[in-house]
Design a protein around this ligand. Structure first.
Ligand SMILES: [Zn+2]
Length: 385
């Protein structure tokens, strides 16, 4: 099978192999000219040509259809990865579902599906993951599976704690690997999304940036000097209770106006319902606000201001100037744009670099795509087991 040959071409390389570094650079930065690649990797063009030859022969890399910069003689085509050389599966676990995507080598989503969890017993969840991946294609089509979960994950891909499943110390990667025969990696969901942004999204080519997510909870990821900051405590969701609104409602832990109490989808819905007695979906509350509904407008405006305060806190404390906004609830940033930007301006030194905001897609599949991105990254780095 062609996919298998390509996997072997990458996985047979030593983890520190220069060819692996070459594949990584092309994956993240491609299409990229051989000259730029040689400069980035500190190699001569001759060495680069020698290193890239086996990867081109194996179909991992290819010459881009885009012509390179004008040059004398035959056109030099930049290198890029062959996007369809690999298929990866990404699975995002929630308390209710295993949501899965299939991606190509560049983390473009090529298929999606979902399985309901029959229960929270480990074998039920593993079964749902395996079924969700099988729905997307035969197992031997995939080079690896990434799984992301809102919880603490150990470096060995075991789940240390996942409160919404009631789990502690579950060797999830091993269990899924036993059922599928595929390499499996498990990562915290926000860390996985941050990795996806770093390699395939708005963080490409950025040394330092932060990611904020709004959805069922509030998430925060950080990249400093090209490194994703991801200790096990990243899985505790520590920004989920950051104080944002001194007079706001209380969260279930009793904090007044913390990010969980004012900035999540459930918080915004319940704030609207508390004022109107009207149970509306999140999308409906945002749409009402956009139409000028006074209560919805006030709720969304205060959530936007809280988001702006959180953005400026992140930018001021970590000294990054790029904040990527993602998560299934981030349409808030559009509807509440005026209060969001006013709050950022109010809490940012006017002489500081302006905060750059990058809005990412808000469909739920982005979470599963993040999980697939981790499997892609581990394949390239040679650490997917
Ligand atoms: Zn709280």
């Amino acid at each position: 099978m062609r996919g298998g040959v390509v996997v072997d071409a990458v996985s047979s390389l030593a983890p520190s192999s220069p060819a692996r570094a070459l594949a990584r650079e092309v994956l993240i930065r491609g299409p990229i000219s051989r000259g730029d690649l040689a400069t980035r990797l500190g190699l001569s063009v001759a060495s680069l040509t020698r290193l890239s030859r086996p990867l081109l022969d194996a179909g991992v890399l290819r010459e881009s259809e885009e012509a390179g910069a004008a040059s004398i003689g035959r056109p030099v085509r930049p290198l890029e990865v062959s996007p369809d050389a690999h298929r990866f599966a990404g699975v995002k676990l929630t308390g209710d579902t295993a949501s899965a995507v299939a991606t190509n080598f560049r983390a473009d989503v090529v298929g999606a599906g979902e399985r309901t969890l029959p229960g929270h017993a480990v074998e039920d969840v593993v079964g749902a993951i395996v079924d969700a991946v099988a729905d997307l294609g035969a197992m031997d089509r995939f080079s690896g599976i990434g799984i992301s979960i809102g919880g603490r994950v150990n470096a060995d891909s075991s789940v240390l704690r996942a409160p919404f499943l009631g789990w502690r110390d579950v060797p999830l990667a091993d269990l899924v690997q036993q059922r599928t025969g595929l390499p499996v990696v498990v990562e915290n969901d926000v860390v996985a999304l941050t990795i996806a942004e770093q390699w395939f999204g708005a963080g490409r080519g950025e040394k330092d940036f932060a990611v904020l997510t709004v959805g069922a909870g509030v998430g925060y990821g950080l990249v400093i000097n090209d490194v994703v900051i991801a200790p096990p405590d990243a899985g505790l969701g520590l920004v989920g209770h950051f104080p944002l609104e001194p007079d706001g409602p209380r969260c279930t832990d009793g904090h007044r106006g913390c990010s969980s109490a004012v900035l999540t989808i459930p918080a915004i819905r319940s704030r609207f319902a508390a004022s109107t007695g009207d149970q509306r979906s999140y999308e409906e509350v945002l749409a009402l606000a956009a139409q000028g509904h006074p209560v919805a407008g006030a709720v969304v405006e205060s959530a936007g201001a809280a988001l702006g305060l959180l953005v400026s806190a992140v930018a001021n404390l970590t000294m990054v100037d790029l904040v990527i906004l993602s998560g299934e609830g981030m349409a808030l940033a559009d509807v509440a744009a005026p209060s969001l930007h006013a709050a950022i301006d109010a809490h940012r030194d006017p002489e500081a670099s302006p905060v750059r905001l990058s809005r990412q897609p808000t469909d739920f599949a982005q979470w599963a795509r993040g999980a697939a991105a981790v499997a892609i990254q581990r394949t390239i780095l040679g650490t997917l087991r």
